[in-house]
Design a protein. Sequence first.
Length: 241
Amino acid sequence: MHDNYLKKVYVSAVVFFAAIITLVLAIFLVIIPAIKDAGRLAFLDVLVAPVDAMVTINGEEYRNAVYEMEPGHYTATITKDGFKPVTAEFDLEKDKTAGLYLYLEPSEGNWDYYEQAKNQASLEALLRLNNYSSDGDAWWPPVQVIQEKDAAKKLAERYKVKSILPVNVSLCGDVATRMTCNAIKVEYKYSKKCNDELCLVISGRSRELPTEALSEIREKFTAGGFNFDDYQYVYVQNTEL
């Protein structure tokens, strides 16, 4: 009788201590980490061009900045009058930074938006997007890029040629009288002749682009550090030059 009682006490003690150990393990392995994770946020770096575009994420408005947000799934919509809207879905993970880096393409009739002086800030944002699209060349610490921006990278790279434009060439058959001079001007802008894409628009007085003018234009591009053959171009006659 006494032995049975001791055996029951022993079993009860083992069960009790096993329960205590299980509880302690649960506290350290499950409850404490859950409490710690409860306060851990994700970070979202927003950079869009144009800089005044409307960025709506899960129904709330955002601007170009870094935000602390709850981890989870999000849907972003970027809109602006005169531009094609963009929608992107992405996930945010705790303690990690994700980048929402997007640019809007101008719609018809608004092709030269990024070229206008008053929109310089948006052009600078576009050029910064280029850094996020290149390998190891980000101006910010490395982050997860939500959407590839090869198109933005190419667009930003092409815009750099504007630093040497416009290029002007003058060809004169009679230098003394300038009666037969042909003025040539090279610009970089959107053109319907380039399928509404950015390209070099070469305008001149003559019906066709003279070979010697094209050679001089190539030389000026080379002197400026650019390869003329990397760019699509069209020629437009303009007798008023």
